[in-house]
Design a protein around this ligand. Structure first.
Ligand SMILES: Cc1cc2nc3c(=O)[nH]c(=O)nc-3n(C[C@H](O)[C@H](O)[C@H](O)COP(=O)(O)OP(=O)(O)OC[C@H]3O[C@@H](n4cnc5c(N)ncnc54)[C@H](O)[C@@H]3O)c2cc1C
Ligand code: SF4
Length: 490
């Protein structure tokens, strides 16, 4: 063997990253299951199961191809690599550019040689070129440029379907008594069972742990869900836990799928005429727009961005985030119970329920970020940091988003069926049955007048605040709600 190729648990792809030019007779492949990754934090076990089992399956598939693979458990990645280097008397360690600042620094200090990270469609320098030329970093501007650069859903410089976005069509509330197609279940094999046993955990059958399983998930989405993805993409219902979301983020993030193959499959189905433009555009926007933008912004904004707290939010993480029995708020109970069972909810509960609550309660952004990192199946640093710090809780003072995503119960009531089974009333802002979201939304606007009242995008909201006749009463109720949330009684 001539050199070590180090494969992090989020580069599990034979055709991209450091493996694309690998040679079984010269390269020793190393995967490290570090204790920092497995026991360093109270990770959701569904997440650990998925990451570890995927990596072990991947190691097995490389062995099947004739590679020599060392899969080692060690306190840290660097400890593991040091051990293997010594054992095999090798000096050169190759790796695709890692996906977080921390790992980049650790591997740089270790002396690894990097090759370009091609797990995204937008190289980091290209994104920087775009960002350097912007006054503000609007995702929409980036997305349109991506459509043209990549030649996706465009005719020349014009959008297919006559518009760049179909957001208006894609904001339907959930239909009543909604039954979609069944979700795909992934059977467990010996490796899965071994990992589950080590973790002392019974995993769901929701997440595949192999490339074949990930490809099945993609095919299932295209066949059974893609056409209806768009209109219901923001809806939430207790009757159907994922509606028509693709459930592909874990595989895109750990490398089992590459975004280009997901896009190719989506465009193929669209071209066949089976999928309306609002669904095709809505889905493509998530991939070539949001996903690429968030990754680009992570690298562009730098390692200190994760520590931003411009609104000086100090509250400790509230008990209802980890324990649904600590709340009577039906939307939170449902969302946290869903996370506890399968480590996933879609983008609207993440943004408009979890992050919204963290924002309007003044929860410390880093405590909230850490919790989000621990509990989601698809959470990694590059994607969680901008989504939470920038989009979710506006802790960056508006670097990413022009206004905070704060909302009262009316939004949740419109987009879900949660309020029907709730102890609170989304229309009320004062009194014992007032919706905590509604009360705290106005309280948040009032507390942060200095930061936001001059923001013209929030003019309407501040106009509404001025017209409230019961602000003193509302402030009193907000104090009660915050205390009740801390005590786990609201
Ligand atoms: C506060 C917050 C935290 C989030 N944390 C994560 C995270 O840790 N990991 C993660 O992959 N996504 C995250 N997202 C984005 C989004 O919620 C998930 O990608 C999506 O719910 C995954 O389910 P899906 O694959 O069914 O997505 P779909 O709705 O089917 O969308 C398709 C794909 O688009 C991509 N995508 C869509 N929105 C985003 C986005 N905002 N950022 C990055 N990619 C996006 C994902 O790869 C996703 O698989 C977060 C969003 C918010 C608002
Ligand atoms: S009334 Fe308020 S707390 Fe209850 S489910 Fe609706 S939004 Fe959530």
């Amino acid at each position: 063997m001539k050199r070590i190729i180090y494969i992090p648990f989020d580069h599990l792809n034979r055709n991209y990253g450091a493996l694309k030019t690998a040679n079984p007779s010269e390269d020793l492949i190393v995967l490290v299951e570090s204790a920092r990754m497995t026991t360093g934090r109270p990770w959701h076990k569904e997440r650990l199961f998925f990451l570890i089992s995927s990596a072990r399956h991947f190691a097995q598939s490389l062995r099947g191809e004739g590679f020599t693979v060392e899969y080692i458990k060690a306190p840290t990645t660097i400890d593991g690599l040091t051990t293997i280097k010594k054992q095999h008397n090798l000096t050169e360690v190759i790796c695709a550019e890692p996906s977080s600042f921390t790992q980049f620094q650790a591997l740089t200090e270790f002396g690894a040689t990097f090759i370009e990270n091609d797990f995204f469609l937008t190289p980091r320098p290209l994104f920087k070129l775009w960002a350097d030329a912007q006054k503000n970093f609007l995702m929409e501007t980036f997305y349109r440029a991506q459509r043209i650069r990549l030649g996706i859903l465009v005719e020349g410089k014009d959008p297919v379907g006559g518009a760049w976005n179909f957001d208006k069509e894609n904001r339907l509330p959930p239909p009543k008594k909604y039954e979609g197609p069944d979700y795909l279940e992934h059977e467990r094999d010996e490796i899965d069972i071994e990992v589950a046993k080590e973790l002392d955990y019974t995993p769901t059958k929701t997440w595949a742990t192999t490339r074949d399983g990930a490809l099945n998930q993609l095919a299932n989405f295209i066949e059974n869900h893609f056409a209806e993805f768009g209109p219901l993409e923001d809806a939430m219902t207790t009757e159907n836990w994922a509606l028509h979301h693709s459930l592909l983020s874990p595989y895109l993030n750990n490398g089992l799928l590459h975004p280009s193959e997901v896009i190719t499959a989506a465009l193929k189905a669209f071209k066949k005429g089976n999928v309306p433009i609002e669904s095709a555009e809505g889905f493509i926007r998530q991939l070539i727009g949001w996903r690429e933008y968030v990754n680009g912004m992570y690298w562009f904004l730098g390692p200190d961005y994760r520590n931003k707290n411009k609104l000086e939010a100090k509250r400790k993480l509230l008990p209802l985030f980890t324990d649904p029995s600590k709340t009577q708020m039906n939307c939170m109970k449902e969302t946290v119970s869903d996370i506890n069972s399968r480590a996933w909810v879609h983008h609207i509960p993440r943004l408009m329920i979890l992050s919204n609550l963290a924002l309007i309660t003044g929860t410390n952004p880093q405590e909230f970020l850490d919790w989000m990192r621990e509990v989601f199946i698809d959470a990694t640093e590059w994607v969680m940091v901008p989504n939470v710090i920038g989009m979710g809780v506006h802790a960056d003072g508006g670097q990413m988003m022009t206004k905070p995503y704060a909302a009262g119960g009316a939004y949740i009531s419109r987009m879900s069926n949660y309020c029907k089974g709730c102890a609170y009333n989304p229309k009320l802002r004062t009194g014992d049955t007032a919706c905590p979201f509604t009360t705290l939304y106005w309280d948040f606007l009032d507390r942060h007048q200095a930061e936001f009242s001059k923001n013209h995008r929030m003019a309407q909201q501040y106009f509404g605040l001025k017209r409230l006749s019961d602000l003193p009463e509302l402030k009193e109720r907000a104090r009660e709600v915050l205390q009740g949330l801390e005590e786990g009684t609201i």
